[in-house]
Design a protein around this ligand. Structure first.
Ligand SMILES: C[S@@+](CC[C@H](N)C(=O)[O-])C[C@H]1O[C@@H](n2cnc3c(N)ncnc32)[C@H](O)[C@@H]1O
Length: 214
């Protein structure tokens, strides 16, 4: 099957949860100062999983200019939930805040500007728990915050990690690929999670935290 044509077909069928998302995609196509967004079919999968599991407490690591955050916010609104989104980049976060307001989601999304390596330990100390965590921040950071992410996910909660096949992208720096590969092997070997990976976008890992709530 011809992959590009197939992806074009899928994307022609996908409906967007908010018109702002289309505008952001159009902007991104002509900009070279922003990092890539999650692919719409994966964003839709996130929205579907949130609705299916009725995940009300959602944590996003790496919100960029707010594209994925708006998909998450629309899903959170549908289930009466809330999103906490974190990004360490000042200009990017300011743009995200504006886009979230344009989408009318400021009451559903709390955007925190700062480093996940600093904010996550604080959330752990506060004993915060999330039903779903979407991880899409710096790829070397995945290994750094691994245990904090585990602690913040409630038992039977879902971890959705993006870009887990980045090491196979010829455009990607080798060092980055090494971090991603180390992360994948660690996650798959971790029996505290029930994990699979899909070769969609740049790869995505889906992990269910095992165990029951105490
Ligand atoms: C791939 S982009 C996120 C794209 C976004 N999730 C989307 O799909 O629209 C990665 C983001 O992670 C942020 N980031 C990287 N390392 C971080 C860290 N240690 N703490 C917080 N944010 C970080 C970057 O500023 C960047 O905006």
């Amino acid at each position: 099957m011809e992959h590009e044509r197939m992806m074009g077909y899928i994307r022609s069928l996908i409906s967007y949860d908010h018109t702002v998302l289309k505008t952001l995609e159009a902007d991104a196509a002509v900009r070279d100062d922003i990092q890539p967004f999650i692919e719409p079919e994966l964003a839709k999968l996130l929205g579907l999983l949130i609705r299916l599991s009725r995940a009300e407490r959602i944590l996003e690591l790496g919100s960029g200019i707010g594209y994925s955050t708006i998909w998450l916010g629309m899903a959170a609104r549908a289930v009466g939930g809330m999103v906490t989104a974190i990004d360490n980049h000042e200009r990017t976060s300011a743009e995200a805040r504006r886009h979230i307001a344009e989408a009318g989601l400021s009451d559903v999304i709390e955007l925190r500007q700062g480093d996940v390596q600093q904010i996550l330990p604080e959330l752990v100390q506060q004993r915060q728990q999330y039903d779903l965590i979407f991880q899409d921040c710096g790829k070397s950071t995945y290994n750094e915050v691994y245990e904090d992410v585990y602690a913040l996910l409630r038992p039977q909660g879902l971890l959705f990690t993006d870009d887990t096949l980045l090491q196979f992208d010829p455009q990607t720096r080798k060092g980055l690929g090494v971090h991603v590969d180390r992360y994948d092997r660690r996650l798959f070997a971790d029996s505290r999670y029930y994990t699979t990976m899909l070769p969609a976008g740049q790869g995505v890992c889906l992990s269910l935290k095992q165990g029951s709530e105490g």
